[in-house]
Design a protein around this ligand. Sequence first.
Ligand SMILES: [Zn+2]
Length: 262
Amino acid sequence: MEVNKKTGKRKKITTVALLALIVCLIVSSMFFFHLDRRLPGGTAIFYSPHPDDEVLSMGSGLLEALDRNEQVIMVLLSQGKASKAIDQVNERLLQEGYPPINAEEFGAARAKEFRESALQLGVKEENIYLYDLPDGSLNTEEIKEIMTSFAARYPEAVHHTMTYKDPHRDHAAAGKALQELKKAGIIRHTVYYIPVQEWENLKSLFNHVTKTPPSKLAGHQKALAAYKSWYPAGGRYAIGITSVPEYFEIIEGAYQSVWSKR
Ligand SMILES: [Zn+2]
């Protein structure tokens, strides 16, 4: 009798311990998935509608991902040939005795600024992808195709881009593409960024602020500098800073990204 009682007790204890273990596992997995953006060693893919969005609005988020040792993939959607900054660049070139550049050369120079920014941020050369969708009329379906191909290659990746609430239609198209892919179940993890100039206007909709990690600040500054280099003989035309000087001022006063998961 005595022995049987003890065995019964032991059985009970084992059952309780098993139940506790199961509850622990469920709770920890919920926690794990809740913090999906913070998975160490995961992959983070950043889609930049134009050159400079990656360093102005998404830079701190990207640097935080690198700081967590995530693999970071950077995708440029459009070279940004429609920017009116080409007129200012050509004016300055003429003043300094250089011939003007055409839209193709302008686009190539912008892509060059993007590539250098990516490298300065700390992204590996082989993880930089350049597309040239038509600037000013980015098409949600075309962006979805690009995102779907990356989702297939990196099934558990977190996908980052500008928000579908962005007043700039190209940025909104990128956000909308990601939103639709999430709804369709093709992409699971999403992060949407608010552009620097809308931090005040759209503040209530965005609940996360990520600061540039201190150890990555120098990289952030060097990446911004990639958009300020004027060296016409080497095809460098300081296009980013010429195009949106006020945005550079905002980020250099804050070094942060403001984002939301949905
Ligand atoms: Zn942009």
